[in-house]
Design a protein around this ligand. Structure first.
Ligand SMILES: C[S@@+](CC[C@H](N)C(=O)[O-])C[C@H]1O[C@@H](n2cnc3c(N)ncnc32)[C@H](O)[C@@H]1O
Length: 199
């Protein structure tokens, strides 16, 4: 399932990506279709440790005529492939037990001057308010009830590392990233969205 909130995020993130692109914690690779006809994208590598997600991502990528699009099944921290011109990580950070370690590895995989688009919920995310909006759009979908339950459970999940923008920026700067821009316009204000650059 896909909500208007996710689609807006994927579309705007895709616009920023170019060259050899990495998608860290790609899930089912939902951003990949938006990169398929971007002339400035030379390749896409979706990285995720869930075999189920990678299976769906492989299927999705296979629906497009893009031989340079591929996936890697494994931990972000363990990926040792090529260096990337740009990278994206949407809604994965909050699940990382050691975010600094993962971010350091992402930093090491970017070419100098490489761009990194990071999106992760902040502590003000209001899943109930988002659900109210999403309901208008997806109520008729046969899987809406399950989808809704999973999303609302996130509010109770004490393992989810929601982080304030200022704390996140300090963390990213300590690794060496510089902040090109940042805002909280997505997800009714509940999402930190940052465009970062490797020095
Ligand atoms: C909420 S999903 C988001 C998926 C996708 N980015 C999207 O926006 O649709 C988070 C994904 O991050 C993956 N993930 C979390 N930690 C990871 C890690 N250390 N290495 C690889 N994948 C990871 C999970 O398996 C999951 O598919």
């Amino acid at each position: 399932m896909q909500t208007c909130f996710q689609r807006e995020l994927q579309l705007q993130s895709a616009q920023l990506l170019c060259g050899d692109v990495a998608d860290f914690g790609c899930g089912s690779g939902k951003i990949a279709p938006f990169l398929t006809d971007k002339a400035d994208v030379t390749s896409y590598t979706g990285i995720d440790y869930s075999s189920e997600m990678i299976k769906i991502a492989d299927w999705l990528i296979g629906q497009f005529d893009c031989p340079s699009f591929s996936t890697f099944e494994g931990k972000i921290e363990d990926y040792q492939g090529k260096m990337f011109d740009s990278a994206v990580s949407l809604n994965s950070y909050y699940t990382w037990p050691d975010p600094v370690k993962v971010l350091q590895h992402i930093y090491s995989l970017l070419k100098p001057g490489g761009l990194f688009v990071l999106a992760t919920p902040n502590t003000r995310i209001d899943m109930l308010a988002m659900e109210k909006e999403v309901r208008k759009e997806l109520l008729t979908h046969p899987d809406f009830a399950t989808f809704s339950q999973i999303n609302l459970a996130l509010t109770e999940n004490t393992d989810a590392r929601f982080i304030d923008m200022n704390d996140l920026i300090k963390q990213l700067q300590s690794i060496g990233f510089s902040v090109v821009s940042c805002h909280q316009s997505f997800y009714l204000g509940g999402l930190n969205f940052l465009v970062l650059e490797k020095h």
